[in-house]
Structures are given as C-alpha cells and as structure tokens.
Design a protein around this ligand. Structure first.
Ligand SMILES: Nc1ncnc2c1ncn2[C@@H]1O[C@H](COP(=O)(O)OP(=O)(O)OP(=O)(O)O)[C@@H](O)[C@H]1O
Ligand SMILES: [Mg+2]
Length: 343
C-alpha cells in the first residue's frame, strides 16, 4: 500500500452498515464482500478526470461556481457548480437522491435566495430579473401541487391567468398529454401519473423559452413516458433550452445532448452520452451456448476478438445460441465516474 496512487475509502455495507475499508486506484472497480454479513457489492473509485465542458456559449442558462447551503445546515447542498445550456439543447442532471439536483434548479429559477456564484438566464443576471422571468420560463416541479378541488381544465386556466404573455389554450395542452377526456374531473380523483402529466402540461402553458423539468417521467407508465419524452424532444426541436433532472439513465441517454453527473453537491463531469460511452465504454461480446444441455454465458472484449482462442473455441466446438455486442450503459459509466450508485 506504499503506492502513492493508491486510494483508500471507507464504505458502509448496505445491509448491516459495517464500515469496510477499500483500497484501489482512480477508475478501478473493486468487488467487496462484507466481512460480517457476507453481502457482496461493488465499489468504483472515481476517475481522476476533471469536469469537461464541451460546449461554448451563447447560453440560455449559464451557471458559474454556484453554491447554496440551506439555512441551519452546515453542508453545501450545491458546491461550486458550473455549466451552460444552449437553445435547442437538453441538458440532463443525473445524480443519486440528495445530490443537489432540485436545489440547483430551485436556485436558478429564483426560489432559493442567498446563493454564491453567478447565474445568467436568458442573457441577464438572475439578480436583475423580476417576476417577468416567469413569463419566459416553464417549470415542472418534482412534486405536483395542483388545486385538488378544481378540475384539470380549471387548474390550467387558473395558472394561465397568472401570465402576462400569450398562453396555449388549456384544452390544447390537455389533448397534448392525452387527458382531454378527464378535463372536467377534479384533480383529487386523478391517479399519480395523471397528476404528473398535468404538472408537465402546466410547465408549457406560456410556451417557455427555457424549460426546467424535475423528474418529468417518474411514476409514468411506458405509454405516458413515451408521450412525455416525445413532447420534450419536440420542444428541443422548437429551440427551447431544457434543463432536465432525472435518475433514469435510459431517459437521459435518449433525450440529452449532454449530461452532468452530480454527487454530494458537486458536478463531477459533463459530457454527451455518446462521448461518455466512447470514452468509458468497453465494447463487449456476449455469447450464449449450450454445454451438456445447460445454457452457459460468457463475455469477451470486442477488441482483438479474432485472436481470442477461448472465444474461437466456443464458436468452433459449442452449440452457440446467441451472440451480441453490448456497450457500457450510462448506469455503469455513472458508477465508474462517481464511485456511487444512482439509487
Ligand atoms: N428544504 C431543505 N432544507 C434543508 N436541507 C434541504 C432542503 N431540501 C433539500 N435539502 C438537502 O439538500 C441536499 C440536496 O437535496 P436535493 O433535494 O437538491 O437533492 P436531489 O438531487 O434533488 O435529490 P432527489 O433525487 O431525492 O430528488 C440534501 O442533502 C437535502 O437533504
Ligand atoms: Mg430532487
């Protein structure tokens, strides 16, 4: 352990909470077995790579060294975060619970005061915006807060009345999220997913230039999820700047032009999903074959596969059932880059 590159980290067993000391190097993934309860897990040491900002302005949102600490807390919920989002770009904020995603969004939309650093939104410092900012941005909050006694239509009409700009007809919004048949039902009778969809529609009332979406697909069934994702993609086409927070790597992969990994209030890296996969992803070939009537599975690196005798022997001698290539998922890359699981 005299190697200066060796890192040491203490992790708690997720099962019995025993503290385990792990040694390794940056980027290394270690298999751990809890000495007490024998639970197995993996720990990945973060890579040494600094934050990469691969895009230059002009930005619809530009954040520099943002910091925020909640009153009565001694820990920074957001710790020196910098990034920019352009028109027609979807920027995904990914991180585990409590990482600081919602806090960052709340600071940028002016809901949390007393932050450090600099926030520019639509070309103007956040400090210099008054309530007219809300005519130009749309916010889909993490937890829907509708007027339960009002119908879906009444809720949208009420919120539309707060704007001083042209708004999209409420019925049109309800049709867009396929809730037109429920327009005149009280929101109290809505399911969780219906409330989420209505929440999403509310963020679009004023046809905003900048859209903040905090977990817009959480709790939705696959059809509704697809619907919301298609609308988000349409908004990108229309040139909106979209700041999306999510835990869902598949959504991030599909929707985002760039993703930022946030852990413990810090932005660890920013990159496009594609580049992340190229940089971190090791292409594998997965092969399934029958041996003595049992299905066996093996994985090989795609690199130099033609010279890999183990792989070639399987091809020659075994009853091969399936072969396919697989690239690293954003989940795996997140674990590798941050040393943390998303959930
Ligand atoms: N109102 C609050 N008062 C004090 N601390 C808070 C408050 N809201 C959040 N925090 C703390 O700030 C940190 C970041 O929380 P935040 O809600 O931004 O996380 P998140 O990344 O959005 O998590 P999740 O995925 O669970 O939504 C956490 O440590 C949390 O406990
Ligand atoms: Mg949150």
């Amino acid at each position: 352990m005299g190697d200066t590159n060796t890192l040491t980290k203490k992790v708690a067993c997720p099962n019995c909470k025993t503290v385990i000391t792990v040694h390794g190097t940056a980027g290394e993934t270690i298999e751990i077995t809890c000495p007490k309860c024998k639970t197995k897990g993996i720990f990945a040491f973060p890579e040494e790579k600094p934050v990469i900002i691969s895009t230059t302005g002009p930005f619809s949102i530009e954040v520099n060294n943002l910091e925020f600490t909640y009153p009565k807390s001694n820990k920074k919920a957001v710790n020196s975060i910098s990034f920019g989002i352009k028109k027609g770009e979807i920027f995904g904020f990914l991180g585990p619970n409590g990482a600081g995603k919602t806090t960052t969004q709340k600071v940028i939309i002016g809901l949390l005061r007393g932050y450090g650093g600099n926030v520019e939104i639509l070309g103007k410092n956040l400090q210099n915006w008054k309530t007219d900012l809300y005519n130009r941005i749309g916010v889909g909050f993490e937890l829907p807060n509708h007027y339960q006694k009002l119908t879906a239509l009444e809720n949208l009409e009420l919120f539309a009345s707060f704007y001083r700009v042209k708004t999209t007809p409420s019925m049109e919004l309800l049709e867009m999220i396929e809730l037109e048949k429920d327009a005149n039902d009280r929101v109290a009778t809505f399911s969780k997913g219906m409330k989420s969809k209505l929440n999403f529609a509310r963020s679009l009332i004023n046809d905003p230039e900048v859209l903040f979406l905090d977990e817009p697909t959480t709790g939705l069934d696959p059809v509704s999820r697809r619907l919301i994702k298609d609308i988000i993609l349409q908004k990108r086409k229309e040139g909106k700047a979209i700041f999306l927070t999510t835990h869902n790597m598949n959504d991030a992969d599909e929707l985002c032009d760039r993703v930022g990994f946030i852990v413990d209030g810090k932005l660890i890296l920013i990159e496009s999903p594609r580049e992340l996969k190229i940089r971190h992803g090791i292409k594998k070939v997965k092969i399934e074959y029958l041996k003595d009537g049992e299905l066996e599975r093996k994985e090989f690196d795609l690199k130099n596969l033609a010279d890999n005798n183990n792989f070639l022997n399987i091809l020659r001698e075994q009853d091969v059932q399936t072969i396919h290539t697989a690239e690293a998922t954003l989940d795996e890359i997140f674990i590798k880059a941050t040393g943390r699981q998303l959930k």
